[in-house]
Design a protein around this ligand. Structure first.
Ligand code: GLC
Length: 577
């Protein structure tokens, strides 16, 4: 049996990053703001830096904080170079960067290249054909039929097509036959001002920028430099696959595998080869963005981009090859794989096997677009998933509240903010202290909060969990502390391992220099203890240093070849003695 090890070869300090994602509107309002507005603020984040530091995170990804009409939770930006006045000022932002750096916490900001808000001055100028802004967006006169009606230039659809499905469920769209699929929402919207269609991959209020226009590309790269010059350490790049389009505007093919019963989103009845994911332009534009980070001016800084793209694995690997020293795509494979030992093993082995020299890996358990980890896996499952991901090599992302084991909230329909009516349950305010008004998030009137607090989860507040050594927060802290202390967890390569049980997943970490070794064992069985042998372990006798169930372990001694007993739904970390 040969055992291959995939070393983490990159020199980037990001390879040890624990990145804490902050959704600014519901994270924390600074205590001094008077009157309180009911949503988070930049100063509020600065106030909570000691918390982020105590968690052990050494980087932050800040979701959009830019001026925005807030149609899509801030992903509809009306000025790429400013702070939303309701969240604070550029001075507040500078102060946040400075304070974070003083604590050795790096800051990545969300960067949204594909679209702006329809309230952005570029769009206002473009729809009026002013000042050379004519083709800053994607315009088309459409096709006139014999009755003089205008039709969109092609069948391209909006990602945000779920409202159509909901409308049909509510009895609208009665003209559709029972056996007909619900049509997606067109990506084209007629504009009465310019009397042409414009393209929007997401909401109608988020027109797509025209990346084939070099002036647009320069303006967007200038926006990147604006933030880099203010001290940010990199970007999380939003929906990057959408900037690559075939500007010949060919129709998308229909997805023959589509079945309305399985797919939630009518958008998925089209394959996406033209309206996005178009490699020729996508690769060129990603390369250009990478060059901004590689500029001499930033030579001394370890800048990094993490790119959001929902694409097939081999398409992702092509993007990862563009400039692995500064940019990699998010690894959503683990998040999307089904929750069983075999699927996760196949995904992880494949991912680390294909990792390029100089690349920095990453692991994700959730974000502001996904149902919360606990809602997907239950309380114990979420703890298992935390240990599983935290000990893998690379940047590990934690979405704020994940460390508390928060569940999805029941948001009443009249309080919904998401244009899809979908993603609010995972975006409700952080519970800091359940003895305070609004769980310590803000002192505003509860009716004024950006989203309501989740009273069902108030007992999971930071204040309370800090005092319990077996809490979810204590587990995250203990795991992250070990990840920063143990050479195998810091710099060790990924070692794929096999066990004699199809319910128990194993992997190893091994540091060449110190010989430090770890094994992580994960029992996916929900109701059964498992006794498992690690068939090809790179060491035999170890001590259990962490368990997802009990947190601290008194170095229980185990023999990996003879067999190790795990509780149901338990992950353990074993260190070579
Ligand atoms: C990304 C964001 C999501 C947003 C969309 C459009 O997927 O994570 O929240 O709605 O892009 O910007």
């Amino acid at each position: 049996m040969t055992m291959s090890m995939h070393a983490a070869r990159s020199n980037s300090t990001w390879k040890n990053a624990v990145v804490y994602q902050i959704y600014p509107w519901t994270f924390s309002e600074d205590s001094a703001r008077d009157p309180q507005l009911g949503h988070g603020s930049i100063k509020g984040i600065e106030e909570r830096l000691p918390y982020i530091e105590s968690l052990g995170a050494n980087a932050i990804w800040l979701s959009p904080f830019y001026p925005s009409p807030m149609v899509d939770g801030g992903y509809d930006i009306s000025d790429f170079r400013n702070v939303h006045p309701a969240l604070g000022t550029l001075e507040d932002f500078d102060s946040l960067v400075k304070s974070a750096h003083e604590r050795h916490i790096r800051l990545m900001v969300d960067f949204i290249p594909n679209h702006s808000s329809d309230k952005h001055e570029w769009f206002e100028k473009s729809r009026r054909r002013e000042d050379g802004y004519d083709d800053w967006y994607i315009w088309h006169p459409g096709h006139k039929d014999e009755y003089g009606n205008n039709h969109p230039p092609n069948n391209w659809a909006s990602v945000f097509s779920i409202p159509h499905r909901k409308a049909r469920e509510h009895g609208e769209m009665s003209w559709l036959r029972d056996d007909e699929w619900t049509p997606p929402i067109s990506a084209w919207k007629w504009d009465d001002v310019r009397e042409e269609f414009y393209m929007h991959s997401f909401a109608v209020e988020q027109p797509d920028l025209n990346w084939s226009n070099p002036y647009v590309r320069e303006a967007m790269k200038d926006a990147m430099r604006f933030w880099l010059d203010r001290g940010v350490d990199g970007f999380r790049v939003d929906a990057v696959n959408h900037i690559g389009k075939n500007m010949e505007l060919l129709d998308e093919e229909v997805n023959t595998a589509y079945n309305e019963a399985w797919y939630e989103n009518p958008y998925d009845q089209l394959l996406k080869h033209q309206s996005c994911n178009y490699p020729q332009t996508l690769h060129e534009y990603v390369w250009e963005m990478c060059q901004v980070l590689k500029d001499e001016a930033y030579e001394e800084r370890d800048l990094r981009m993490i790119l959001e793209a929902y694409m097939g694995e081999s398409d992702l690997r092509d993007i990862d090859a563009i400039a692995p020293e500064v940019a990699s795509t998010f690894n959503f494979g683990g998040l999307l794989a089904s929750w069983d030992a075999n699927s996760r093993k196949i995904q992880m082995d494949y991912y680390y096997e294909r990792l390029l020299r100089d690349a920095v890996a990453n692991q994700v358990n959730g974000n502001h677009d996904k149902s919360r980890l606990v809602a997907r896996l239950g309380d114990n499952g979420a703890r298992v998933a935390a240990v599983l991901n935290l000990f893998l090599p690379g940047m590990r992302f934690i979405y704020n509240g994940e460390e508390l084991g928060l569940d999805d909230a029941d948001v009443p329909p009249w309080r919904l903010q998401d244009p899809n009516g979908l993603r609010d349950p995972e975006r409700t305010p952080m519970p800091w202290d359940e003895t305070q008004p609004n769980v310590g998030f803000s002192r505003a009137d509860p009716g004024d909060l950006w989203l309501p607090t989740n009273s069902a989860d108030a007992y999971k507040s930071v204040m309370r969990q800090k005092q319990h050594e077996k809490s979810s927060l204590s587990l995250y802290k203990a795991a992250i502390r070990l990840c920063h202390e143990l050479p195998a967890a810091m710099t060790g390569g990924y070692v794929p391992l096999r066990t004699d049980s199809d319910q128990v997943l194993a992997y190893g970490r091994e540091d060449d220099e110190t010989g430090d070794k770890l094994v992580v064992l994960v029992n996916f069985t929900r109701n059964k203890q498992a006794s498992v042998k690690v068939l090809d372990s790179h060491f035999v006798i170890g001590g259990v240093i962490l368990s997802s169930a009990n947190v601290e372990q008194a170095n229980r001694r185990v023999d990996l070849r003879a067999g190790v007993t795990l509780d149901s739904d338990e992950a353990i970390v074993i260190k070579k003695i």
